[in-house]
Design a protein around this ligand. Structure first.
Ligand code: ME8
Length: 511
């Protein structure tokens, strides 16, 4: 069985997660579900990046220990992933003992082989972003990521020799065109960061304590990126007694990350792996940001509300569908309640919900819920059945290229086509004539098959709705083609989505 190892970034549990974190995690979940449906042995990992000055400071402000502080946020995060139906296989915390031990072994190995050395760090540090910057990287003298003040710091530190691997990295990127996507990001990494010359990376700190101790030098803790990036292999048992998962799943097939951390994943991480003599991940995809009125939704800007509020108001699948459908992958996209309501009404309530409701109701009304296919086809069926049969291949060509939004568009084209098929065949007219009974049964059968086949494809996006549709269809056939001899005994029709009255909602002060 072919394997598929997919990861999200491990998020900082410095505050509860917002819709931006949900965005990456929902995309990863969709891809993991899709690959599972295609028979892959999927390993889907997410988690939390728990060390560092920022969390130490926050915990101190709250009067609790850093571990108590992050424990609470991790519980909240796991609850959120449950509410969003995130089907992760493993949730890593960088405070896990197995991770801590493996990071210490990796650090020691890199030190002993001369890839980590001791020096003095002089630099500019942005506390909220936990990032060091060089003078040239600053924008108007401020942090290029968040626009805040940076502080000058000087301390003894260990460094990872990025410069030693620079040429190998350039060669790798140039000979592996699929490694970084979208391609524009690859050019940005090569031209803006790598080719001007890599500076060695500070991988330890003495100015805070909340981190993994450097095993041979008590004053230092491992500085976050070496701790964080290695999560992708420590969880598989790399450098532990049982590395069977590592052998099975490494290299990762896809690291999904936001565009602001692509440089760590395509420069620092490959170099760590080269130094460890390990294969590189097959792909790093840097997606765009969800923005609210042009600003990044972010913990440090505080411009967001709990994603569970949206789930409560609109349902989990409305939220999942919106983020998967609305934002073209790779670009930034705007998140707004207005757009979420419009999408939910147009696609989920009107197109999908109505189709299922009309079809199941007619099957109940005209055939008491039970139909077999009399196969009284007319020419006008051909085009419809062809579309049903081509769906799987068309969706696969998009999903295999991470074009989730386009894949959904194709599925909804067929759902819209199905509604049009009802208008073309006018079942309510056929129902009036006994002589047309078989034709009517064929028409409804074709519609049930269209719904079934679309549902098979849509499971990755809106799993709980699809469960309800399969319950109404009362048939668990997951084949992706039109089957002409299924026997349907459908259940009662039940509404899947309520149309949301936008004006009423917006006036109800919920914004
Ligand atoms: O960077 N739109 O953690 P983090 C889209 N711990 N995605 C967003 C987003 C937005 N507005 N806001 C956040 C870290 N994200 C490190 C990662 S990995 C070894 C270490 C998502 O909590 C997006 O995936 O700041 C982004 O890269 C990530 O959350 C940053 O999470």
């Amino acid at each position: 069985m072919e394997k598929f190892y997919i990861t999200t970034p491990i998020y900082y549990p410095s505050a509860n997660f917002h819709i931006g974190h949900c965005y990456t995690t929902i995309i990863a979940d969709a891809l993991a579900r899709y690959k599972r449906s295609k028979g892959y042995d999927v390993y889907f990992q997410t988690g939390t990046d728990e060390h560092g000055l920022k969390i130490e400071t926050k915990a101190h402000e709250d009067g609790v220990s850093p571990k108590e502080y992050v424990d609470k946020i991790v519980l909240n995060a796991k609850d959120l992933w449950k509410a969003l139906n995130i089907s992760y296989d493993y949730f890593v915390r960088t405070t896990d003992e197995s991770h801590v031990k493996a990071v210490q072994k990796i650090f020691t190995k890199l030190y002993e082989q001369g890839d980590i050395y001791k020096g003095t760090y002089k630099g500019l540090y942005c506390v909220p972003c936990e990032s060091f910057w060089t003078k040239t990287q600053l924008v108007d003298g401020k942090c290029p990521d968040c626009g805040r003040e940076v502080n000058e710091v000087e301390e003894e530190a260990y460094f990872l020799k990025l410069s030693k691997y620079q040429d190998r990295l350039v060669e790798y990127l140039e000979t592996h065109p699929d490694f970084i996507e979208p391609e524009s990001r690859k050019n940005e990494m090569l031209n803006n960061f790598i080719k001007p010359g890599l500076e060695d990376l500070c991988v330890s700190r003495t100015s805070f304590k909340w981190g993994i101790p450097v095993p041979f030098d008590d004053n230092h803790v491992v500085y976050v990126w070496l701790d964080a990036l290695t999560n992708y292999i420590t969880t598989l048992g790399y450098m532990s007694d049982d590395d069977s998962k590592f052998k099975k799943y490494w290299p990762a097939d896809l690291h999904l990350v936001g565009k602001e951390i692509i440089r760590f994943h395509t420069i620092v991480w490959p170099i760590i792996l080269m130094a460890l003599d390990l294969p590189l991940p097959k792909k790093v995809y840097g997606h765009g940001w969800l923005v609210i009125n042009g600003s990044k939704i972010s913990k440090s800007l505080g411009n967001y509300k709990d994603p569970r509020e949206y789930i409560k108001d609109f349902g989990v699948d409305a939220v999942r569908y919106f983020v998967l459908r609305e934002v073209p992958f790779g670009s930034d996209g705007n998140f707004s309640v207005e757009a979420l309501i419009d999408r939910t009404n147009a696609d989920l309530a009107n197109t999908l919900g109505n189709l299922v409701n009309r079809t199941i109701s007619m099957v109940n009304k005209y055939f008491d819920g039970s139909i077999n296919n009399p196969k009284e086809y007319l020419e006008l069926d051909q085009d419809f059945l062809k579309m049903i049969n081509e769906l799987d291949e068309k969706v696969a060509s998009k999903m295999d290229n991470l074009r989730i939004s386009e894949a959904l568009e194709i599925i909804f084209d067929l759902l819209r086509r199905s509604n049009k098929y009802i208008d073309e065949t006018t079942p309510w007219v056929l129902a009036k004539e006994d002589a047309m009974k078989k034709r009517l049964e064929t028409v409804l059968y074709n519609l049930l098959e269209a719904i079934r086949v679309c549902s098979v494809q849509l499971e990755f996006a809106i799993p709980s709705t699809i469960e309800k549709i399969f319950a109404q269809l009362n048939l668990e056939d997951k084949t992706t083609k039109y089957v002409d001899n299924n026997n349907y005994h459908v259940n009662k029709a039940e509404a899947l989505f309520k149309r949301i009255d936008k004006e009423e909602f917006l006036n109800s002060n919920k914004m």
